[in-house]
Design a protein. Structure first.
Length: 220
């Protein structure tokens, strides 16, 4: 099974978590794109969707799905999104696509967070994938110096601006043994908008697509 096929299998399994008549949170990325394409066939089952990025908003609208503002939608039943890395505690690194801040907001506003990945995203220790951090532009150098003190090697994501008008520092070389603590420390730096660690609010369900079949994990 190709990686793309594994992603689609995970996306298919996530359809089982739809709450009829409810508003759904939808994330960003290649695996979520499969989910949106499949959701088009079920669009009459939901009241609409709240999107975590301009890219997903455009794809949802193209599929004929009503996109709502989170402020008017209120608490969401389910949020479906992918991840760049996931561990056995369902803690995640997200933000490879640059939508981490809005993703974290939608996840926080949802009763259940269903994460869909292919098996290549599973890791024993988070950090091999560079940790994305959204930063207000004037704080870029300051935040980078502080991240070096934490043992990381921050690199500016060249030519990229988030949907919120900010920049992203991708931090290499981290071995994240205490994700909850690191998330708090980085969030506490002046100028940081959001860090792509989803540990304080991890996924509730992890759906893993693989050649051996789709499997569902809950937090260990």
């Amino acid at each position: 099974m190709s990686q793309d096929a594994a992603k689609r299998k995970a996306a298919e399994a996530a359809l089982a978590y739809l709450e009829p008549g409810e508003v759904l949170g939808v994330g960003t990325g290649s695996t979520v794109n499969h989910f949106i394409d499949l959701l088009a066939e079920r669009k009459n089952d939901i009241a609409g969707a709240v999107s975590s990025s301009e890219a997903s908003t455009a794809r949802l609208k193209k599929a004929g799905i009503t996109v709502l503002d989170l402020n008017s939608a209120g608490t969401l039943s389910v949020y479906v999104d992918g991840a760049d890395e996931a561990n056995k505690h369902l803690q995640l690194i997200k933000g490879g696509g640059g939508a981490l801040t809005r993703e974290k907001i939608v996840a926080a506003a949802s009763r259940k967070f269903v994460c869909i990945v292919d098996e290549s995203k599973l890791v024993g220790v988070l950090g091999k994938f560079p940790l994305p951090i959204e930063v207000i532009p004037m704080a870029r150098s300051y935040v980078a110096r502080e991240l070096v003190k934490l043992g990381g090697r921050p690199e500016l994501r060249a030519g990229f601006t988030t949907d919120n008008g900010n920049v992203i520092l991708d931090v290499h070389g981290l071995e994240i043994l205490n994700a909850v603590e690191l998330e708090s420390r980085i969030n506490g730096l002046a100028g940081v908008v959001c860090v792509g660690l989803f540990a304080q609010r991890p996924a509730d369900v992890l759906i893993v697509g693989a050649a051996s079949g789709t499997r569902i994990q809950t937090a260990a």
